[in-house]
Design a protein around this ligand. Structure first.
Ligand code: V47
Length: 353
């Protein structure tokens, strides 16, 4: 069957089809992606009121794309105390946050209890706040560092108060590209296995894809299809998040920045290919707010949240260090022609703004 016929009939697309989607013009792709988005959510755009916290930047691993971890280019190592973290959460809770998103580097200078204690203390003091924490890269690091199996560590995360897992550490699954950009970190198989086990423990997670560096379009399609396969098996992914690679202050020498068109095509393709992952997130910390708003027309239905403070993408050049004020965020979504819907971390609707 021809590609356009498959798109018309909402048929499931394979690898070759996926690669060919990039050759379609942006309007055709956008039309099909937007049709699917509208069938699912109409003009609703989801966001949450959240706080990102990055408790330490000391990292045992070296990823060429990373500008966040303390290294020769960024010689400012830090590790927050639990009291510091709790006071950030307390302050943010006054502004009504419903979620903390906690992603750290792979710090071998602190005990496992330093990581788990963060979650226990937040849960004890702020039981209403959803804790989205520990990427599969962190889970892999902690399990190996402390001689534990993945399942054992996952059980400990659950006991300590982690509610869901963020999608970081996926980067690009293709083994050759992965070997070049983040050799030694969690492998693709391990990343998928950790999410499989997490889903089988009855929990939800997200999945990211870091793109716009040395990967090809085919690598992106391969990445998405590996996620679709796991989602067929577990159904545990809430959302897919393509992250645009930010190129400052790191060791990966990439001159070209991904274009807005390439980003919008990638969002549209994700919406079309990932027929089993309900939400596609335009993560404004890597796109700028304006491009994320345009992505709503190309299949994205989720804009992450207010973030408040962000250290990973902003270290590499993104303008997201200070988050965005809630009233400004809501006004921008409305002005762009969409309906801002505040959600909780599991996508239950809390308020139509
Ligand atoms: O995995 C690192 C990325 C990720 C760069 O689950 C970079 O809702 C761009 O987990 N340019 C961590 N990206 C962030 C993460 C996340 C973010 C937003 C939403 C969610 C979610 C999860 O940050 C890492 C890596 O891929 N990253 N360096 C860079 N130079």
């Amino acid at each position: 069957m021809e590609l356009l016929e498959k798109l018309e009939s909402n048929g499931r697309l394979g690898f070759e089809d996926g690669v060919k989607l990039y050759d379609l013009d942006i309007y055709t792709l956008g039309k099909y992606a937007d049709r699917r988005r509208k069938e699912l959510y109409g003009k609703k755009s989801f966001f949450n009121i959240n706080r990102h916290i990055n408790p330490t930047n000391i990292c045992k691993d070296i990823c060429k794309f990373c500008a966040f971890s303390a290294n020769r280019k960024n010689p400012n190592p830090y590790t927050m105390s639990h009291d510091e973290i709790l006071s950030i959460v307390e302050d943010a809770s006054k502004r009504g946050i419903k979620e903390v998103h906690i992603v750290s580097a792979h710090n071998d200078k602190v005990p496992l209890e330093w990581y788990m204690g963060i979650f226990k203390k937040i849960k004890r003091n702020f039981p209403h706040i959803h804790i989205k924490a520990l990427t599969a890269a962190e889970v892999n690091f902690l399990a190996k560092e402390h001689g534990m199996g993945y399942q054992e560590l996952i059980d400990l995360m659950v006991q300590s108060g982690v509610d869901s897992m963020p999608g970081g550490g996926a980067e690009i699954f293709d083994e050759e590209v992965r070997d070049f950009i983040c050799k030694g970190k969690v492998s693709s198989q391990e990343w998928l296995q950790i999410h499989r086990l997490w889903h089988k423990s009855g929990r939800k997670s997200n999945a990211t894809m870091l793109f716009g560096h040395i990967e090809s379009r085919a690598h992106r399609i391969d990445h998405m299809l590996r996620l679709r396969n796991l989602q067929d098996e577990t159904g545990g992914f809430n959302c897919f998040i393509p992250l645009i690679y930010q190129r400052q202050n790191n060791y990966l020498k990439v001159e070209d920045f991904v274009t807005g068109q390439e980003y919008l095509k990638t969002i549209a393709i994700a919406r079309i290919l990932l027929d089993n992952i309900p939400h596609i997130k335009a993560y404004w910390a890597t796109t700028t707010l304006n491009l994320a708003l345009v992505a709503q027309e190309f299949g994205a239905d989720d804009l992450d949240g207010t973030i408040e403070h962000e250290s990973i993408q902003s270290a590499a050049g993104a303008g997201s260090r200070n988050g965005v004020a809630l009233d400004e965020f809501v006004a921008l979504i409305k002005d762009s022609g969409f309906t801002p819907v505040e959600r909780d971390s599991l996508y239950n609707e809390l308020k139509v703004w």
